[in-house]
Design a protein around this ligand. Structure first.
Ligand code: BG6
Length: 470
């Protein structure tokens, strides 16, 4: 018998911008990604989500495939500017209808919808007013969340507010690789604070809406390891833990920032600044559950130099590990290649035990919070042999990570669902369509025809046997 509970949600995940396409169809407004991806040099070979994999027009076909695979739940995000083209005010009825039809189609197949309200596609109109740096965006987010609750709350029980603050704030305001392309830590810290405030307002609105459901937050589960046990590397490791875990999880799971780091940030940068009532708002709107996205481990070392990160977006193994190409902050820490690590072609370390360790760390710090593994997967260029997509490496990766979740459950963690990334091959924000993650292949040479991969049939058995047959 596997350790997975009977009602465990075997699912898969996606995000609006990466699958839907129809970027300006039926009254949708532009998002910051629609704008940013059209600027020269921002994405791999100029790829964008204008068409993506056209899920907007093919969702019924896609849901039928999900049902055939046996999925019990589907995590997807709503495109804010599809519902509210300028971010607030006038509602786009065609947008509201699209997600309503998608939800009905899922429920007809007994697939439980899990909605992410924000997976990075901020309405461009709100960015023009300051985006997450503007306090007013938190009110617009609450208005948007309320519209979603009113429109779908009768049918959807599982909700999360934000996906991966570390990515859209970190890349958006520190490395500048995502919109709005800023490189100023102080601006990142204040924008991030507004995200926590927006989250808390949306949680409060959810609880007063009377919806019979649960609401959470989705974060990257960043398992760290120090490069060595030297005093310097250990100090760097502790700091990385503080920033990437405590800073990003405490406000939504404890209702407050880690005190020491908060003091340091305010002393160095003068931010975050709190509006009256923010403390209480955070404290009284703690999540019902936490969603964890786990792909890789990061190895941390002390750092005395300036670091310059150029992400490997080509899939040429080693491109991300060239001399001087590291992410970090001078005097604090940096991410380095682990000499014992096994890496993907995009230089992401494959380390399944990190998922068990990470889950147990969350449990140790935050207690018995329900957990969903809301993303996990292998980005690869899948081999096609005699017309079949033979993605054995993906099967191996997922198999090991399912084992890691099972270990955590055996150790007492309350893990309730697993959503591999992704159901279908989709657009990677910076890596185009060549970095494949799905159970379903999309043939861009044949009008985006769908094809089941080897992993599709494998996952079907995993689900059928509740994790026993792998
Ligand atoms: C997560 C995001 O960070 O990682 C997804 O939530 C993303 O949207 C996934 O696609 C994989 O990242 P990448 O860069 O390989 O596409």
């Amino acid at each position: 018998m596997s350790a997975f509970p009977k009602d465990f949600l075997w699912g898969a995940a996606s995000a609006a911008y990466q699958v839907e396409g129809a970027y300006d169809t039926d009254g949708k407004g532009l998002s910051i990604w629609d704008t940013f991806s059209h600027l020269p040099g921002t994405t791999y070979q100029g790829t964008n989500g204008d068409v993506a994999v056209d899920h907007y027009h093919r969702f019924r076909e896609d849901v039928a495939l999900m049902a055939e695979m046996g999925m019990k739940s589907y995590r997807f995000s709503i495109s804010w500017p599809r519902l509210l083209p300028t971010g607030r005010g006038e509602v786009n009825p065609a947008g509201v209808k699209f997600y309503s039809d998608l939800i009905d189609a899922l429920l007809e197949h007994n697939i439980e919808p899990m909605i992410t309200l924000y997976h990075w596609d901020l309405p461009q109109a709100l960015q023009d007013e300051g985006g997450w740096e503007a306090r007013s965006t938190t009110d617009a987010f609450e208005e948007y969340a309320r519209l979603c609750y009113e429109s779908y709350g009768d049918r959807v029980k599982l909700w999360s507010t934000f996906n991966e603050t570390v990515c859209f704030i970190g890349f958006g305001y520190i490395t500048g690789a995502h919109p709005p392309g800023v490189q100023e830590p102080a601006r990142a810290i204040q924008a991030c604070h507004h995200v926590f405030v927006a989250h808390a307002k949306a949680v409060a609105a959810f609880r007063s809406s009377g919806i019979d459901g649960k609401i959470g937050f989705v974060n990257v589960l960043q398992t760290h390891t120090p490069l060595s046990n030297s005093v310097e590397d250990m100090a760097a490791f502790n700091l990385a833990e503080g920033i990437f875990t405590h800073w990003l999880y405490d406000p939504v799971l404890k209702g407050e920032y880690p005190a020491e780091l908060l003091e340091q940030a305010q002393a160095i940068w003068g931010v975050p600044t709190f509006a009256p009532g923010d403390d209480e708002l955070l404290r009284s709107n703690i999540c019902d559950f936490i969603g964890l996205n786990y792909y890789k481990r990061e190895t941390i070392a002390a750092n005395n130099q300036d670091t310059h990160l150029k992400i490997n977006t080509t899939g040429q193994k080693g491109a991300g590990h060239q001399q001087g190409n590291e992410f970090g902050f001078k005097g604090l820490f940096k991410f380095v290649r682990n000499p014992n690590g096994v890496y993907t072609d995009w230089d992401w370390e494959i380390y399944p035990q990190g998922l068990t360790e990470g889950i147990m760390n969350i449990k140790a710090r935050y207690g018995d919070i329900p957990i969903y593994i809301t993303e996990n997967g292998l980005g690869a260029k899948d081999p096609i042999i005699d017309g079949e997509v033979v993605d054995d490496d993906r099967i191996d990766y997922l198999n090991q990570h399912i084992g890691a979740i099972e270990d955590a459950i055996k150790q007492g963690a309350d893990v309730r669902g697993y959503y591999p990334w992704s159901f279908i091959d989709l657009l990677s924000w910076l890596n185009g369509f060549q970095k494949q993650y799905g159970f379903v292949y999309v043939d861009h040479q044949k009008q985006l025809a769908r094809q089941r991969k080897k992993s599709f049939f494998w996952y079907q058995k995993v689900i059928e046997s509740n994790g026993e047959q792998r």
